[in-house]
Design a protein around this ligand. Structure first.
Ligand code: ADP
Ligand code: MG
Length: 347
């Protein structure tokens, strides 16, 4: 990876990281171990409050183990490391077979399942289009309709063949590639939480570049409080929500995008058209039982917009908050029942 690319990713992830914030509790009491590392191209922050059976030493040890786990996953899922399992999969010709680790196989399988549940909006075969638009960003030149049409011929999860018995992967079409950019961070967040639990932690907050999981509570008296930044004003919050044992994930057009000839192009691609999403969605936040699914659904909802709220409602445990552009103003739309289930405070 070139230095400029690294820097761009760092800046993007730094922005994203700070777009979702933990809000400090009003009483200001209670000590919290707060540790940050750069992993998977993002800042990863883990907070563990010191109370109950957890002391400074056991808390720090658990956090180190969670960071080690994320580093292990980076080696499997990185799109930039040539030796990652994902890179190996993406070097396959049609009808070649690769047997990845069971967890890589399982994540691909789950992503395909959510392709169906999101009417095709979440699609990990979108990589050729992601690469095409990345080139266009670098060269400051839009791709032609013909280029997009050509790439669209290798987009579709039907081109991924999973052998469930042997847990191996192959493609039945030349040039198919997998992009786990919309799921791997969520998965790593879930794994980090699992490792913290295995190490005796019952209360923690993991923030992997904006993908968050709130385990337990911040203190005996208060749940974790998460603030979502105003999409057009970094110094303001748009809403705040109190969460306990829930993941929260935001995707949007305001952290990673590029502007060409006055138009803003998102890093999320509509797999049905081949173009970056350009509707009225500013951001999509998913609150869910696990972070992997929240990550995938947030990306999907950016593609589907308010028509996707029904799809999220039909998934048990998942809720959504959309910020929509409406005649020049920003408006919030939510899944039914979200306000009753969570304390959402609009700012
Ligand atoms: P972030 O990178 O900010 O966490 P997302 O979780 O929404 O944002 O993931 C966006 C990434 O997912 C893109 O950078 C790209 O690699 C990939 N991607 C883009 N469009 C889609 C899509 N329609 N379905 C699945 N993955 C996508
Ligand atoms: Mg994400």
């Amino acid at each position: 990876m070139k230095f400029s690319q690294t820097l761009a990713i760092l800046i993007a992830s730094a922005l994203l990281f700070f777009s979702v914030r933990f809000l400090s509790n009003s009483d200001g009491t209670g000590r919290v171990i707060d540790s940050t590392k750069l992993l998977m191209g993002s800042f990863v922050q883990i907070k563990v409050p010191i109370y109950g059976r957890v002391d400074e030493r056991s808390g720090k040890k658990a956090i180190d183990k969670a960071f080690e786990e994320i580093a292990r996953l980076e080696a499997l899922f990185s799109a930039f490391k040539e030796e990652s399992e994902l890179s190996k999969i993406n070097r396959m010709n049609a009808n070649e077979t690769f047997k990845p680790s069971a967890e890589v196989f399982d994540l691909i399988e789950r992503a395909i399942e959510y392709n169906e549940k999101t009417k095709g909006a979440f699609d990990i075969t979108v990589k050729p289009l992601v690469d095409l638009w990345a080139r266009s960003k670098n060269e400051k030149k839009l791709p032609s309709h013909a280029d997009i049409k050509k790439e669209l011929t290798r987009i579709g999860t039907r081109y991924i063949i999973l052998d469930k018995l042997n847990k191996s992967v192959s493609f039945n079409r030349e040039g198919v590639k997998i992009d786990l950019g919309g799921a791997a961070q969520g998965y790593a967040t879930d794994r980090a939480i699992k490792v913290l639990k295995e190490n005796g932690i019952e209360n923690a907050l993991v923030n992997l570049g904006g993908d968050m999981y709130c385990m337990g509570r911040k203190s005996k008296d208060e749940p974790w409080n998460v603030g979502i930044q105003h999409p057009r004003n970094k110094n303001k919050l748009f809403f705040e929500v109190r969460l306990e044992d829930k993941a929260i994930n935001t995707s949007g057009d305001y952290e990673k995008y590029f502007i060409l000839n006055g138009t803003r192009y998102s890093h999320i691609i509509d797999p049905r058209t081949g173009y970056p999403v350009g509707g009225n969605v500013v951001s999509a936040t998913i609150i869910d039982d696990d972070s992997t699914r929240a990550d995938m659904l947030a990306t999907a909802l950016c593609v589907l917009g308010r028509e996707g709220l029904g799809a999220v409602e039909s998934i048990k445990g998942a809720d959504a908050i959309l910020i929509i552009k409406d005649k020049g103003a920003l408006k919030i739309e939510m899944t039914r029942g979200l306000r009753e289930r969570y304390a959402v405070q609009e700012k």
